[in-house]
Design a protein around this ligand. Structure first.
Ligand code: A9S
Length: 190
């Protein structure tokens, strides 16, 4: 029941399918929802990966963050946590995130929001970075490498809310963050 995420064509989907099965497929309970978003970036995948894993400076790559703190002697290893203060105007004040997954060779990272004052209960996200060959024009000569970031998440649907509202809110934040990632990494690459 895999469906092609928005913005990927069939050829790109075929190149990425095994990663989608391995890292972005969830078995949902009736009180959870999930989504998968894809973002093209015209920068080398190594540059994009370094930006994705820069957990020490999340406000550089993400919107809505006022400040953040990590424990003394912080190292980016599975199980580490960071606290993030959210800018005002959002239905959240502080969140605590825990790193769940980090594979530097495969460009896979995942974290879960484990605590805080916010509405995205049990938000779990996996981000993977891939270099693929894309054929934007009809001819093979136009085939060129492009980086694709896949970001999937799963979270609880609150009883007082609608699944669509929860999804729309989370997807909007993720899309804005992915666009910021494009701006920053494409500037770094040129
Ligand atoms: O940080 C991410 O990668 C993605 C999301 C959807 C984060 C959402 C958020 O951190 C805010 C941006 C603060 C919005 C949470 C958990 C709740 C919000 O209200």
């Amino acid at each position: 029941h895999l469906s092609v995420p928005p913005r990927l064509n069939d050829d790109e989907f075929n190149q990425l399918q095994s990663y989608i099965i391995d890292f972005h497929t969830y078995h949902l309970t009736s009180s959870q929802c999930s989504s998968l978003l894809a973002q093209h970036i015209h920068a080398p995948s190594d540059v994009v990966w370094l930006a994705v894993r820069r957990s020490d400076k999340p406000q550089t790559y993400k919107h809505f963050i006022k400040s953040w703190t990590v424990d003394e002697g912080f190292t980016m290893t599975v199980g580490c946590t960071r606290d993030i203060n959210v800018i005002s105007g959002l239905p959240a004040t502080i969140i605590t995130e825990r790193l769940d997954l980090l594979h530097d060779e495969n460009h896979v990272m995942g974290f879960t929001i484990i605590d805080g004052e916010h509405r995205l209960r049990n938000y779990h996200v996996v981000t993977t970075v891939h270099e693929i060959i894309t054929t934007t024009a009809a001819t093979e000569e136009n085939a060129r490498p492009v980086t694709v970031v896949l970001e999937s998440n799963v979270l609880d649907v609150p009883e007082w809310n609608m699944e669509d509202d929860t999804r729309l809110f989370a997807d909007t934040v993720v899309k804005l963050n992915l666009q910021k990632m494009v701006t920053i990494t494409e500037a770094m690459a040129h």
